[in-house]
Design a protein around this ligand. Structure first.
Ligand SMILES: *Cc1c(COP(=O)(O)O)cnc(C)c1O
Length: 384
């Protein structure tokens, strides 16, 4: 019999501040729907946190990307370049607009979109590029923006996983033409479900606001100049979000501490594991501490995850690249880096409540499993 241990979750919200107090206020005042004081407060504070002029709260991170693309008039016949290694919402939002996502391969170190593989994908139909700050590490924005400027394309940041991450000293969400954030329960800060659009562009922000609220004219009730959506955030969500944001520095510091613990306890196993990098120009938000099994293949990785689960350690595989999923299959193109990362990557439990003891235990179990697996098999994958 294995020693029984408590379960270590891969993600966990930390509701340690004014969340309860603010939600209580919503309930007591009956401001529970999508009007109320917490919504503009949360928007203003979030814009300030990102160092950007405008923020518009909405119901999910997926809606946030959709609202941006719709506000940019992305429509049928358009193409938008997105990394193939991302969560499905990035590609789906393009599809919702009737446009076509065109997938770019990743670069091996940060796992983000490879700027050197963008230009070859540009056609006369290309409208823009959505970068994703995957797992909390910022994408190489200067190179992407340079390409975009040259070809007259928009740049959108999908920052769903990267609240507070920095690129060359600039907070993500303030770098592209617009950015989207998610406040789903497993994200860096949460509102249960929720999203935010940030942008320096006043007109774009106004258009996002219009589309968020069914397209109703701001000064003429029940007059709808465009087809909009009901993507509003509730006051209750914003109440939780504001309380989370008040303590965002603590949330981020806790995640960084977890990453440091993993770095320390996994160092002895670096011959079989590649640990996450933080580029010199980057400040990682460590949404997920993701390791790559160096020479493994997918079935080995899955076996390691199963063994960890048996020890009470919940982990998650790196996303399947979009070009492998049924809706986007046969998109053409070759994605060797994204496929290798997807087949060998494991995200370890990463959240603000994880203790050093937890991290040490996860690291020890993972390290041992990798070393045993290494002895057991003849490794067939190419090293990355
Ligand atoms: C979570 C996530 C989203 C979607 O956010 P929801 O709030 O769940 O709709 C979009 N993109 C990425 C990269 C994500 O991780």
């Amino acid at each position: 019999m294995k020693e029984q241990r408590r379960k270590i979750a891969v993600a966990h919200p930390a509701l340690l501040g004014n969340e309860k107090k603010y939600v209580q206020e919503c309930l007591e005042t009956c401001w529970i729907s999508s009007a109320g004081r917490f919504i503009p407060l949360f928007e203003r504070e979030f814009a300030c946190f990102c160092g950007v002029e405008h923020a518009v709260a909405c119901d999910t991170g997926t809606s946030a990307i959709h609202l941006i693309l719709a506000a940019l008039n992305v429509s049928a016949g358009d193409e938008v370049i997105v990394p193939t290694l991302t969560f499905v919402a990035t590609a789906n939002a393009v599809q919702y607009c009737g446009a076509r996502p065109v997938f770019a391969d990743s670069e091996p170190t940060t796992m983000n979109i490879d700027p050197n593989k963008i230009e070859e994908l540009i056609t006369p139909n290309t409208r823009g590029i959505v970068v994703v700050h995957l797992y909390g590490h910022p994408a190489e924005m200067d190179q992407v923006r340079e390409i975009a400027r040259w070809h007259n394309l928009f740049v959108v940041e999908d920052a769903a996983e990267a609240h507070g991450a920095q690129y060359r000293g600039r907070t993500v969400g303030s770098i592209g033409d617009a950015a989207s954030f998610s406040f789903y329960g497993n994200k860096i800060i949460t509102t249960g479900e929720g999203g935010m659009v940030t942008t320096p562009d006043r007109d774009l922000a106004e258009r996002v606001r219009l589309l968020r609220g069914q397209g109703m004219h701001p000064e003429r009730r029940y007059w709808f100049p465009v087809v909009g959506y009901n993507y509003r955030m509730t006051n209750i969500q914003a109440a939780i979000g504001l309380a989370q944001l008040e303590r965002v520095d603590e949330h981020l510091a806790a995640r960084r501490r977890v990453a440091e613990w993993y770095g320390h306890y996994l160092r002895p196993f670096e011959d079989s594991l590649r640990l996450p990098v933080e580029e010199l120009w980057a400040h990682h938000a460590y949404w997920m501490y993701t390791v790559i099994l160096k020479d493994s293949v997918e079935f080995e990785r899955d076996a390691v995850m199963q063994e960890l689960a048996a020890d009470g350690i919940e982990t998650r595989p790196v996303f399947f690249p979009m070009h492998m999923l049924p809706p986007y299959h046969g998109s053409g193109g070759k994605y060797p880096v994204a496929e290798a990362l997807a087949g060998r990557g494991i995200s370890l439990p990463t959240h603000a409540l994880l203790t050093e003891e937890d991290a040490a235990y996860v690291a020890e179990r993972l390290g041992m499993l990798c070393q045993t697996a290494r002895k057991r098999t003849t490794w067939s994958g190419a090293a990355i």
